[in-house]
Design a protein. Sequence first.
Lengths: 214, 313
Amino acid sequence: MNLSQIDILAAGVAVLAVWMCGVTCLKMQVWGLSGQTVLLSGICVLLGREEAATGMFILALVVFSIKAVGIPVFLSKAAERMDITRDRGIYNNSTQALLMGCGLLILGYFMTPKVAVPTMMNQGTAGMALALIFIGMLLMVTRRLALSQIVGFLTMENGIFLYGLTQTSGMPLLMEMGILFEALVGVLIAGLVMFRINRSFEHIDVTDMRGLRH
Amino acid sequence: MGGGELMNSLFLSVLHLINLLLLPLLLMGIIRKAKAVMQNRIGAPLLQPFYDMAKFLHKTETISENAGWIFIWTPRVGLAVAVIAAILVPWTGVLLPPGWAPATNFLLMLYLLTLGKFFTMLAALDTGSAFGGLGASREATISMLAEPALIIALGALALGAGSTDLMAIYSSPASPFIALLAGAGMVITALAELSRMPVDDPTTHLELTMVHEAMILEYSGRSLAMIEYATALRTCIFFGLAVQTLLQAWPVFHALPLLLHYAASLLGLVVLGISVAVAEGILVKLKWRSVPNFLTFAVVLSLLAAVIAAVQS
C-alpha cells in the first residue's frame, strides 16, 4: 500500500480522535485534541513543502501555537480551576463511545469516494476528515460536561480544516488566519461563559441544566 | 535427509529446548527484577523462579477434602496444554518444519489455551472456597472480553497472509499499519489474559482483589509448580506473539538469518517484559467496572487492523 506521509498523518489524526472518544479523563481529552492539531500542522508543513508556498508554513505555525498549545492550555487550566477531572458521558459510557467512534472511522473510510474531490491528490484524507467531523459531532452530543463539548466542537473544526487543506487548492492565508482567530475567540468566550455557569450553579453538568427549561 | 538438514533440525531442536526450559522462568525473573528496580529495592536474584520451582517440587501437597478429580487433574492439563502451545506457536520466530501444518492453526492454538483456562476455572470452583468462585467468575468475564480482541488481531494478520496457519502468518510480510495496530491490541489483550496490571495485580495478597491468584489459592507443592510453570509458559507465548506481530512492521525482519531473527525476537521479548514491569510500577489497578472499557481499546485496535486488512486484500 503506497501511502504518502500526508495519508499517514491523517490516519494518525483519525486514530487519535477515536482514542479521544474512549477516555473519560478531561486532561487526556484535551491532550488528544492537542495531539490531533500537532499532526494537522505537520500536514500543513508537508503540503507547504510540496507546493513550495511559504503561506502554508506560516499557517502551520499559527495553527500549532493557537490550537495545539494555546487552546489546550487554556482548557486544562479552566478544568483545574473548576476542579473537574472526569466526564461520564450522557447516553453512552466509554466502551460504547469507543466502539461508535471506531464505527464512524470505518464509515468515513467507506464514504471517501463520495466526498473526495477527483482532481486533487491525497484522496484518502477526505474520508478521514469526514470521520473526524462525525466523531466531533458524536463528542458534542454525548458528553455531559460543557468543557468536553467544547473539545468536541474543536475536533469537528479540525475535521473541516483538514478537508479544506487537502481537498481545495488552498484559501488565501488571511482567510485561514481569520477562521483560526474566530475559533480562538469562540473558545475564549465559551470559557468565560463556562466560568460564569460554574460560579452560579457549582457545576457545568448539562443534564442538570435541563431543569432550567421549565 | 542429508547432513545439512540434520544439522538444521538439530539446531532447531536446541532452540526449541531453550525456549521451553530456559526462557519462561528467565522471563519471569527479568520481569520481577525490573519491577524491583522500579520500586527502588534490590529484589530477589534473577534466577529466583528456578529456585522456587525446585522448592515447590520438594514440598508435599495439601489437598482439601472437598476437592475431586478436577482439582488434581487441572495442573497437569494446564501444563500439557501450555507445553503443546509453546512448541507449536512461533513465539520466538523459530518456525517448525513444514509438515506440521494443520496443527498450527491459530484458532486451534487459542482455544487449546482456553481449554487450560476452562479447567483452571472449574478447579477453582471444585474446592468450594468462596474466593475460588470469585476468581473464576472474574476470569470468565475477562476471557469473554479479551477473546474477540485476540482473535480479530490474529485474523487481521491471517487475512494479510492468506492463511490461518501460524507458520504462514509469521513468515509472510505484513503491512506496517496492520502489524502495529494488531500488535498494540495484542499487548493490551496479553495484559488481560495473563492477569497483569492494570487488570489484576499479580503480587496482591488481598483475596478480594485477585483474579488469577484466587483460582490457584488452594494449590501447593508439585501442583503449584506445574501451575507456575504453565503461567510462565503462557506469559512467554502471549508476549512472544505480541512481539512477533510488532516486529513484522520492521521490513528487514523477515530477511534476517535464523540466529539474528531469534536474537531480535528475544530482545523484543525482554524489552516488552521490562516495559510491563515499568507499567506495573506506574499504573494503578483498574476498578473492576472499568476493565471492560480498558479491553475495548484492544478490541478497537484489532478491529481497525482487521478492516485495513480486509480492504487491502
